[in-house]
Design a protein around this ligand. Structure first.
Ligand SMILES: Nc1nc2c(ncn2[C@@H]2O[C@H](COP(=O)(O)OP(=O)(O)OP(=O)(O)O)[C@@H](O)[C@H]2O)c(=O)[nH]1
Ligand SMILES: [Mg+2]
Length: 390
């Protein structure tokens, strides 16, 4: 997208199966897609959902439905069709051959948001790698048609010049990006080694995008990480120190948010970043219980934690935004995890309620992990003190 030029789009969704709840699911999925599109300056002017047993191999929707979608777009003066899935390269080609509109899928929208948000070298490299790998799969067989593909949505992303370059150039660039990421990963693991050699307890703050992760880290650590009502505001893991009332210190690592169906290439590319979650001592999971879809979001976060091998770590689950709760149903969650390793606390990071309980839980954790001991060193062995780490 060119900045400042709002495009109009019609969103296409599929409702699969006959589950009585599937109406609600597809409605929420499209509401999320609309928010994602908005982050790319695309205005949603219409939506269309088709009920089907399974996605169509060629057009994702049925062919008739796709033509109906194109008519709807024309009537609403939309120039873009956004599909609530990652279309296969063949599907993109087939759809483009049938309708004269810009075809965008969910992955492309998410890439575009990540490209807009990436500020550090690490973030930029990760996003570019994911975009190029995605694009490479869409280049094969298209030959000269390359330029029709566009870079991300419109011009954002690795840049227009990339589009005219050949496949080999992209492959070379990908291997360069991979090497750079490897270096970043090595640097990150050195930082982690340092923390663990100093026995610094790390807490990875995870959750669905926009759950309030950065806001809670800021409130607890008196820091100022950018926190806004926008999706994927935080891309780079940001570490902040928290000193407990007993004077013990913990490092909270704010991380990139999760979302359902995060494009595979982004997950791969963000592996170095997500290692922070796998390597943490403790997980602080944040859930926005004011979001009507929070149950589904909890499932998505759980799946991601499992994938990262972090699901079994001790966890503090913060049910955030209680100031905006729609009903009382979320309170059931409070009674689910109550042992020392699994705690659930209700809070409002914005208004401050529940935060002292969160602080107490983190202090207890620090005290539990930090073993205190006293030793008596004979005077003649006083030199041993030099070997002790502080
Ligand atoms: N009402 C209310 N809003 C909150 C609360 N906590 C956070 N927010 C708002 O929710 C929005 C998202 O907060 P962030 O802290 O940026 O969320 P995040 O999880 O870091 O989001 P990403 O980095 O984009 O994944 C911001 O507008 C916050 O002000 C809360 O307890 N209550
Ligand atoms: Mg954030």
């Amino acid at each position: 997208m060119n900045p400042g030029t709002d495009k109009k789009a019609v969103l296409a969704g599929l409702q699969l199966g006959t589950d009585p709840l599937s109406d609600l699911v597809s409605e929420r999925r499209l509401a999320e897609l609309e928010s994602l599109a908005r982050e790319c300056d695309i205005e949603t002017v219409g939506t269309l959902v088709q009920k089907r047993e399974a996605p169509d191999r060629a057009y994702w929707l049925g062919k008739g439905k796709l033509l109906e979608l194109a008519e709807l777009a024309k009537a609403l003066e939309a120039t873009v069709l956004i599909f609530d899935t990652e279309l296969s390269p063949t599907q993109v080609r087939m759809i483009e051959d049938l309708v004269e509109l810009e075809i965008v899928d969910r992955s492309l929208v998410i890439f575009d948001i990540f490209a807009r948000r990436a500020k550090t070298d690490e973030g930029k490299i990760q996003v570019e790698l994911a975009q190029l790998r995605y694009r490479l799969t869409r280049l094969s067989g298209r030959g000269q048609e390359l330029s029709r593909l566009g870079g991300g949505i419109g011009t954002r992303g690795p840049g227009e010049t990339q589009l005219e370059t050949d496949r080999r150039h992209i492959v070379r660039r990908i291997s360069w990006l991979r090497r750079s990421l490897q270096e970043i990963s090595t640097r990150r693991s050195r930082t982690r080694e340092y923390r663990s050699s100093r026995e610094i307890i790390t807490v990875a703050v995870v959750g669905y995008t926009n759950a309030g992760k950065s806001t809670i880290v800021n409130a607890l650590c008196d820091s100022s990480i950018e926190a806004e009502d926008r999706l994927f505001m935080t891309l780079d893991p940001t570490a902040r120190r928290l000193i407990t009332d007993q004077g013990l210190s913990l490092v909270l690592v704010d991380t990139v948010g999760f979302i359902r169906d995060l494009p595979r290439y982004l997950l791969d590319a963000f592996a170095a970043t997500l290692e922070e979650v796998a390597a943490a001592d403790y997980i602080m999971q944040i859930t926005d219980i004011s979001d009507p879809d929070y149950r589904q979001q909890i499932i998505v976060v759980e799946e991601q934690l499992k994938r990262l091998g972090a699901a079994a770590k001790p966890r503090l689950h913060v049910l955030n935004k209680v100031d905006q709760a729609q009903d009382d149903e979320w309170k059931l969650l409070l009674h689910q995890k109550t042992d020392a390793d699994q705690k659930t606390i209700a809070a409002s990071a914005l208004q401050g309620c529940g935060l002292s309980e969160v602080r107490t839980a983190l202090s207890e954790l620090a005290a539990r992990i930090t073993v205190s001991f006293s030793i008596l060193i004979p005077y003649e062995e006083a030199g041993l003190v030099n070997h002790m780490q502080t």
